[in-house]
Design a protein around this ligand. Structure first.
Ligand SMILES: Nc1ncnc2c1ncn2[C@@H]1O[C@H](COP(=O)(O)OP(=O)(O)O)[C@@H](O)[C@H]1O
Ligand SMILES: O=C(O)[C@H](O)[C@@H](O)[C@H](O)[C@H](O)COP(=O)(O)O
Length: 174
């Protein structure tokens, strides 16, 4: 008997592809994507724009809000997804408390590739100078329940397909 996955978080450091791959998964499964960055309070955006890394305290209310958004989406939409860095175990556990059966897709990327992507992304508040702090904060989710790790250098469509297949397989009654 497998454990079904109710909703999915696409996680990892800035630039790993959470938004792009989240969109691709949503397209492939007919899902509803919540963009976590749009729920940061203005003070968090201001900090990051100035090149100052967020602290645990800065992220508490944001994570609570994201848990609420996901829980609400579960009632109103089929297959909700959340694009959210979710860098630490305790951040992920906060989301799991809000949404039982939550799955995580971890997009694994090197520091160099993440810095290059963020440096070349126009019109975004996140500076490449914060990449080091993202990696310093990151706790890999490998070994945690309902977690899939993918090589974030694969094409976006491939990543979307792999995640969609994994989600579907978890929810197929055998
Ligand atoms: N698998 C990929 N291969 C090549 N480029 C990618 C891939 N995923 C994302 N990108 C590019 O990297 C940048 C960051 O992607 P984005 O989805 O915004 O990441 P995140 O939401 O994790 O910060 C964008 O310019 C995007 O086009
Ligand atoms: O927890 C954090 O430190 C932030 O959520 C951070 O991880 C996030 O990456 C930024 O908001 C930039 O947005 P992108 O992840 O879309 O680059």
């Amino acid at each position: 008997m497998n454990n079904p996955i109710s909703a999915l978080v696409v996680m990892g450091v800035s630039g790993c592809g959470k938004s792009c791959v989240g969109e691709s998964i949503a397209e492939q499964v007919g899902g509803y994507l919540i963009e976590g960055d749009t729920f940061h309070p203005p003070a968090n955006i201001e900090k990051m724009s100035k090149g100052i890394a967020l602290t645990d305290d800065d992220r508490v209310d944001w994570l609570t809000r994201l848990g609420q958004e996901l829980a609400t989406a579960l009632k109103t939409h089929e297959r909700p997804l959340l694009a959210c860095s979710a860098l630490k175990r305790k951040y992920r556990d906060r989301l799991r408390e809000a949404v039982p059966g939550l799955g995580f897709v971890f997009l694994e990327l090197s520091r160099e590739e993440a810095a290059s992507r963020v440096g070349n992304r126009p019109g975004h508040f996140m500076p490449a100078s914060l990449i080091d702090s993202q990696f310093a904060t990151l706790e890999s989710p490998q070994g945690e329940p309902a977690t899939l790790t993918l090589d974030a250098t694969l094409p976006i469509e491939t990543l979307g397909q792999q995640a969609a297949d994994w989600w579907q397989a978890a929810n197929t009654i055998r």
